[in-house]
Design a protein around this ligand. Structure first.
Ligand SMILES: NC(=O)c1ccc[n+]([C@@H]2O[C@H](COP(=O)([O-])OP(=O)(O)OC[C@H]3O[C@@H](n4cnc5c(N)ncnc54)[C@H](O)[C@@H]3O)[C@@H](O)[C@H]2O)c1
Length: 344
């Protein structure tokens, strides 16, 4: 079977991570990288990769089978539109776009062009999260009633040396919470109402450092997310799942799902249920669900290769990721207005 030829547009921190995965994936070949920075040119020279400063020139000349777009968020849509025009299938990093309208524009363009659009909500390729969804949606905890999610972590001080990370839109809601919102949609279904409060009391930057969020799901279940990037705490996806070697793992949880017949912790995948009388004075039994760990970024890339070959449909489509984006932007809107934001 011939290899799929994949280009990377935007070879910064995460683009280089994609390139590292591409290099060791036998089904894939790196077609080229496109990035105007001197650092990217130097990286390409060191790694022996074809390099273009202009992504349009790269698409015209290299004609890759697929492109991974890992550029600053505001560029995802123009780059995705350029791929769609040239019939290049794409994996676009999250957030799909800066606004819901732009995300819709790209989804529609890809669909009209018959080009596959996969969005990089890579956690959905984690077998542990797939199992959590299967358990919750399969009724293992009865009717889902309440969810508590946490993203409590300490970013280092030098993270904020970059100006845009101190401004609105550059903070934990759009950069980090979007992952948790996507996870919650994946496990619990659609979110239809959002309320939120935000605070910048720790650092005093224009961007939020802390948020308290209330969600209502279309099923009627209620959820909360407590978020802060200014606290030394182990309760975040990054520190609990061991998904990335960048974050030393702790054996704690970041999500708690509670239903009428039991509850489930993530990532521990401990199911808590009564096996006799359903009463707080009866013994609540704990069952550990085992899942073989697999690296989600490897699985995502293999999936993208099969999508390019036309063997699979994208698991996270533009329309799906647009709903995650809308729910995430609704958090900022709800906090700014003090109102309940309803999603349709
Ligand atoms: N899925 C995840 O967990 C995850 C993690 C980190 C970042 N991301 C996403 O990846 C994207 C990139 O983030 P990052 O942290 O790597 O940022 P970064 O700033 O390190 O890299 C962005 C790169 O894009 C390049 N770029 C700028 N303009 C360009 C242009 N016109 N053409 C081509 N390249 C251009 C920059 O030179 C830079 O090298 C963001 O959308 C971010 O949200 C996703």
């Amino acid at each position: 079977m011939s290899k799929v030829r994949i280009a990377v547009i935007g070879a910064g921190m995460f683009g280089q991570r994609h390139l590292a995965y591409l290099r060791r994936e036998p089904a894939c070949e790196i077609a080229a990288i496109a990035d105007p920075s001197a650092a990217a040119a130097a990286y390409a020279a060191t790694e022996g990769l074809r390099h273009f400063a202009d992504y349009r020139a790269m698409l015209e000349e290299v004609k890759p089978d697929g492109a991974i777009i890992a550029s600053p968020n505001a560029l995802h849509v123009p780059m995705g539109l350029a791929c769609a025009e040239r019939k290049v299938h794409m994996l676009v990093e999250k957030p799909l776009a800066d606004t819901v309208a732009a995300a819709c524009e790209l989804s529609t363009a890809a669909e009209r062009a018959g080009v596959a659009l996969l969005v990089g909500h890579h956690r959905r390729h984690n077998p542990m999260l797939e199992k959590a969804r299967e358990l919750v949606q399969g009724g293992a905890i009865g009717k889902l009633t309440a969810v508590a999610a946490f993203w409590l972590i300490r970013k280092p001080d030098d993270y904020f040396n970059v100006a845009w990370r101190r401004e609105q839109g550059g903070g934990p809601i759009l950069i980090n919470l979007i992952h948790d919102i996507d996870d919650l949609r994946f496990v619990c279904g659609e979110i239809d109402r959002v309320q939120a409060m935000v605070s910048n009391a720790v650092r005093g930057f224009p961007v939020e450092d802390t948020a308290a969020i209330a969600l209502r799901f279309a099923s009627g279940a209620l959820g909360t997310v407590t978020l802060s990037d200014a606290v030394p705490a182990p309760w975040s996806w990054e520190l609990t799942t061991g998904e990335s070697p960048l974050y030393p793992q702790r054996a704690e949880n970041c999500y708690l799902f509670a239903g009428t017949m039991g509850s489930l912790s993530v990532p521990a995948l401990e199911l808590w249920r009564y096996h006799g009388e359903q009463s707080w004075s009866a013994s609540l039994d704990r069952e550990r669900i085992e899942v073989a760990a697999e690296d989600p970024l490897t699985r995502q890339l293999r999936h993208f290769a099969r999508v390019i070959r036309g063997e699979e449909a994208p698991r996270i489509t533009g329309a799906d990721a647009t709903r995650t984006l809308a729910a995430t932007l609704a958090v900022s809107e709800a906090a700014a207005s003090g109102r309940v934001v309803t999603l349709n």
